[in-house]
Write a protein that binds this ligand. Structure first.
Ligand code: NAD
Length: 396
């Protein structure tokens, strides 16, 4: 099978820290040809490390290299500009999360990819983590019956959190109620090198079209495990026959149904394997009295750490879509929907807890402000893609 020529745009924390090490391990699929970053020092440093060409301009990269796909890891506010420019050059894109910071920006990306007949994948990684893939197997096998309620507290928030809730309920969101509260903290830099001056706490209550509901609570400080908060995430998935509490799967056996309906808890087992001297996750399995469910690591020969598996998974999703001319596994429409749920939650909180129905038709006040701030800060409107790619988008 021919290899795909790939370049990375935005060699910052996520691009250089998580994507490049994985791309360089997927040697049978990808030929990394270039790294582009508007910050020259960063472009050269990483290009030298991977022995590829360095660029400081997306324009030059696209003009000079023969590319099948570009991996975009610039800040979220720049996703639309870089994606549209690259797609207009006929190159497929995998872009980091969120798809964009507003729905009109996401729509620009989706329209431009469609118009140019290129593939667009969004690097949503949470559901691709081994333990989540395993839980998907458990739920799809009907072990806990139909999912009715989800509590996801002090885990990832925003579009990541929404994507997990949508996946686990297997429904389309009908409406959301959001509450938020901002409280000051001593200024800190968290372990992800993000600067925080406040604890931005949010609560979301979601209703889905299949009658399931979900509650999530998140805070920027909890996510980063800073200020000592966030050690205990609470995750519970209630089904019609059982519950998943954290990693433990609880089932009520037939003989107990009419005598208290108390459950038996089962913990999954992680099985490791030695691949050429490296310990790699082989499978996660659940053994029940009459049934076994398991997730097998399809990437074990790449010798990836557990954290790298989700990144490999998304990178191979766009590769398969290009090679087999199919849709990427997650794709831009679900990514837009997850961001729509997130925007809806924030809008509800802004509007004094008014429930927001889906779909959101017109730009919300928050999005209009995002567009105004963008124009004020960067000196061009959101749809000026040419100006966008030449703009430096600083770290937030
Ligand atoms: N999926 C996840 O779990 C996850 C985690 C962290 C970050 N992210 C996403 O990854 C993306 C990058 O985040 P980060 O924390 O690495 O940001 P960052 O600021 O560390 O890196 C961004 C890089 O883009 C470069 N850049 C800015 N404007 C550019 C332009 N016009 N052309 C070329 N390069 C340009 C910057 O110089 C910088 O090196 C964001 O979209 C973020 O939301 C996702």
């Amino acid at each position: 099978m021919p290899k795909l020529n790939i370049a990375l745009i935005g060699a910052g924390r996520r691009g250089a820290g998580s994507h490049l090490p994985v791309i360089s391990k997927l040697k049978d699929t990808y030929n990394l040809v270039a790294i582009c970053d508007i910050d020259e020092k960063s472009a050269i440093q990483h290009a030298e490390k991977y022995r590829v060409n360095a660029y400081t301009s997306v324009r030059d990269l696209v003009e000079k290299e023969q590319l099948d796909v570009v991996d975009i890891t610039v800040p979220g506010v720049a996703h639309h500009a870089v994606t549209c420019f690259v797609a207009n050059a006929g190159i497929s894109v995998i872009c980091e999360t969120p798809i964009a910071v507003s729905l009109p920006m996401a729509d620009l990306m989706i329209e431009t990819a469609n118009k140019n007949n290129v593939k667009l994948e969004i690097a949503e990684n949470y559901y691709r983590a081994p333990k989540e893939r395993f839980l998907s197997e458990v739920i799809n096998a009907g072990i806990i019956g139909d999912v009715s309620r989800i509590y996801r507290i002090f885990y990832e928030g925003g579009y990541h959190g929404m994507s997990m809730l949508r996946l686990r309920t297997n429904g389309n969101p009908k409406s959301i109620l959001g509450i938020s509260q901002v409280s000051p903290i001593i200024p800190i830099i968290d372990r992800m090198k993000r600067y925080h001056t406040s604890d931005k706490w949010s609560f979301g209550f979601l209703e889905f079209d299949n009658n399931s509901t979900a509650i999530m609570i998140y805070s920027n400080v909890i996510h980063a495990r800073s200020l000592g908060r966030g050690q205990n995430g609470i995750s519970q998935i209630d089904g019609s026959q059982g519950t998943i509490v954290g990693e433990e799967i609880h089932i009520v056996h037939q003989e107990n149904i009419e005598t208290g309906a108390t459950s038996t808890g089962y913990l999954p087992q992680r099985v490791m394997v030695d691949i050429n001297g490296v310990q790699v996750i082989d499978k996660i399995k659940l053994e029940l009295p009459n049934q076994q469910v398991q997730w097998d690591n399809p990437f074990k020969n790449y010798q990836l750490s557990e954290g790298q598996i989700a990144v490999a998974d998304e990178l191979l999703s766009i590769a398969n879509a290009i090679i087999q001319d199919t849709d990427p596994e997650y794709g831009a429409i679900p990514a837009r929907q997850d961001q729509e749920m997130n925007i809806g939650m924030n809008e509800s909180a802004q509007r004094n807890r008014e429930t927001i129905p889906f779909p959101i038709i017109d730009p919300t006040e928050t999005e209009t402000k995002i567009h105004e701030n963008y124009e004020r800060e960067y000196g061009h409107p959101i749809d000026d893609v040419e100006a966008g790619i030449d703009t430096f988008f600083p770290r937030r």
